[in-house]
Design a binder for this molecule. Sequence first.
Ligand code: NAP
Length: 489
Amino acid sequence: MQHSNVTLKDQQLLKNFSYINGSWHSSANEISVTNPANGELVAKVSNAGIAETELAVKAAKSAFKLWSSKSANERATLLRNWFNLMMEHQDDLGRILTLEQGKPLAEAKGEIAYGAAFIEWFSEEGKRVYGDTIPAPSGDKRIIVIKQPIGVVAAITPWNFPNAMIARKAAAALAAGCTFVVRPATQTPLSALAMAELAERAGIPAGVFNVVVGDDARGMGKVLTEHVDVAKFTFTGSTGVGQSLISQCASTVKKVSMELGGNAPFIVFDDADVDAAVAGALVSKYRNAGQTCVCTNRILVQEGIKEEFTTKFIAAVKGLTLGDGLTEGVTIGPMISELAVADVNDLVKRSVAEGAELVLGGEPSELGGGFLAPTILTNVTNEMPIASNEIFGPVSPIITFKDEAQAIAIANDTEFGLASYFYSRDIGRIWRVAEGLEYGMVGINEGLISNAAAPFGGMKQSGNGREGSKYGLDDYMEIKYLCMGGLDK
Ligand code: NAP
């Protein structure tokens, strides 16, 4: 196997061991991390398992006492250091991310800044964990409400955002006063380990932030979901895996938050600014080669502007440059694996067999089996496989609709409820549609919606809990009610 050249400004950011209780742990076996653009070996990482996961939970449990008793200001200073270091090393972190995940370097560096922004946000938000006083029903009592960190937080994260999906959770957990154990996706452990190296340099104490890397997803997942010392479990990944992890958490009645799959509708009404809608659809569909949970999954276009939108959209998609994410000028990288390409191709073929029309792409790429050229299908119905499944690839199915009521009905006809988008300039319609969409997030005349100040999360089978914003700390805190009685003289 050929070796990808991993040359960094700071070579110490490339780590090969799990990070537990402030030290680097080697294990007997290794995992190969490969570059999705060419299959070359990027690095070998020690393959940890159940024993190391238990060790990490134990470390997080004993670190909790010290970390939770620090003042919010003290924690904020350390988190701010971590944020500064991530931004200082943005180039190297971006490079590592592109090598293991495939997205274009500019996008990878964007992910580092996005992930770091959550650390910055929660370093500040941690200082504003306010309690409450509530008028009591009788004069001899007082009701006081305080918030306290929940304890050890365990997390499992996916490969599509190897840095940000960890940063979004760890930032809130640590700011709240919790300690943290994460098991990153097997395909993309290097970004997580680089974060651990920087957490250590930032002065975050041993045991507060732990990363266990291993390919025994089930075994390690069982520890993280069933361990009695884990108070809270947080997951980002597919709905199917999330469902089984929720049931595993039931045995110890853990607090759970789930960021699961999506099937985002992107609705273009006939009063929309079509050029703005084309630009919004392009970015929300093809970012990360279509492999984000908030990616547009179905484009719904009103009949009267179908021709104009489709013509302009095809022209815009043709302007994307497919290639290795480290090559200058590339705007869309490979998919995570050849298997992922085959799965998406299968959805396309089955939908074409049911009457969809392939108007762009759909051919094998000469760049190799890990690449899928940006593809567009028209004449799609909501029942076709390409519309009813989460695509997770660079394919745009276009569905037409007659009126507003039909658009909302089609958009909501899915078990998912994560992100949605629509373009309109009619203020009445904007309110009606925004309120009618059964989604946790709605982009109105906007295709890029996520940032640290806003609550990210889904409804229905897309999950529960919110990451980011002033609501984000609540998932990592207990509300405790103090009843003071006997105040009568
Ligand atoms: P996945 O197959 O569910 O895997 C996610 C993580 O779960 C990986 O770390 C995986 O480990 C682990 N895992 C798999 N099976 C497990 C099991 N039985 N027990 C414990 N852990 C297990 O999802 P994916 O394909 O990597 O990610 C894509 C999905 O994530 C999409 O559905 C996407 O919409 C969703 N997602 C949601 C959000 C959000 O915020 N809502 C954000 C990003 C992605 P291995 O790597 O070892 O398989």
